[in-house]
Design a protein around this ligand. Structure first.
Ligand code: GLU
Length: 304
């Protein structure tokens, strides 16, 4: 199928929504992003790429990195990871502390900050040079070596990481964090500050749409069962406390980040990545979600 016309039309229809959302400002360096940017990239598993707008511009992937670190840990620990982090939607904002008290320091899922911090902690256990390992993993998935951390954003987030540090210390008190909290926060802020474009992200998520296998070199990153489970957690937990509404409107598993990126996919078919920095009140890209809703409507295809 030729997706070029579909995404061109959506791009033109959605563009007038500029100004309706708000760029994330709780990380000062993110607040400097020019809000008027919008890109879409569709990567099919047949190897075709379709793009429109700012699809090649790199941006801060933020929470989308949680999918990469979780895949890196899942492939090593397998089902053991589920004793430290759950797989239920939280219904709370991404950085909430409240549930942890009741649930003895076991975060609801790997995509809220508490869960992602546990995953980063395990990543530090598994990889002697965790930051290099993350970059290496993402570069292998995309086939693009030109992917780096944005050190300005990482530093800015580290300087405003009180809440994430509180989450990590709190979980440490329950024995669910092993490493030094400063080290975890350093790796976590770097992973969030990876700069990638829509084209990079659409390529990087191919292994998830392809039953765990990276089509670039046929390496099995995850087993088909692990890929299925990771997709299920994305479908139910990938969009903060708007995950149910995203599944309802869009019907694809995916993940968003407060940098304004959204990646979603239809298994065995395609990956779509969108980027627009203005967020809705739940912290998801306003135009990104609108784009994805129109996309599955227009192509009459989704996971349902
Ligand atoms: N770096 C962000 C934080 O932990 C990630 C937020 C996000 O994209 O959801 O606050």
């Amino acid at each position: 199928m030729d997706y070029k016309d579909v995404i061109n039309q959506i791009y033109n229809e959605v563009k007038p929504m500029w100004g309706q959302g708000k760029v994330a400002d709780y990380i000062p360096a993110l607040a400097m992003t020019d809000p008027r940017q919008f890109g879409i990239a569709v990567q099919t598993l047949d190897g075709e790429m379709f793009t429109v707008g700012d699809a090649e511009t790199k941006f801060s992937i933020q929470s989308i990195s949680k999918v990469f670190t979780f895949a890196m840990v899942l492939r090593h620990l397998g089902d053991k990871i589920w004793t430290s982090v759950g797989r239920e939607p939280s219904g709370n904002p991404f950085n909430s502390l409240v549930q942890l008290e009741h649930e003895q320091g076991i975060p609801r899922n790997p995509f809220i900050n508490a869960g992602a911090l546990v995953v980063t902690d395990r990543l530090i256990d598994l990889y002697p040079r965790p930051k290099e390992a993350i970059l290496d993993f993402v570069r292998r998935l995309t086939g693009n070596d030109d992917i780096y951390f944005d050190h300005t954003i990482a530093r800015s987030e580290r300087e405003h990481a009180d809440r994430n540090m509180a989450l990590a210390y709190f979980m440490k008190s329950f024995g669910n964090i092993h490493n030094d909290v400063e080290t975890i926060i350093d790796v976590y802020c770097s992973q969030c500050a990876i700069s990638m474009s829509c084209v990079d992200l659409a390529r990087a998520f191919r292994f998830l749409a392809n039953e765990g296998v990276n089509p670039l070199d046929n390496e099995a990153i995850l087993t088909p069962s692990q890929a299925k489970r990771l997709g299920a957690v994305m479908l139910t937990c990938g969009f903060y406390d708007e995950s149910g509404d995203f599944a309802f409107r869009v019907g694809m598993p995916g993940k968003s980040g407060v940098g304004g990126g959204v990646v979603a996919y239809i298994p065995r078919n395609l990956v779509i990545a969108t980027w627009s920095p203005e967020l809705n009140p739940h912290g998801n890209s306003l135009m990104g979600i609108e784009t994805l809703e129109r996309f599955t409507t227009d192509i009459q295809n989704s996971i349902f």
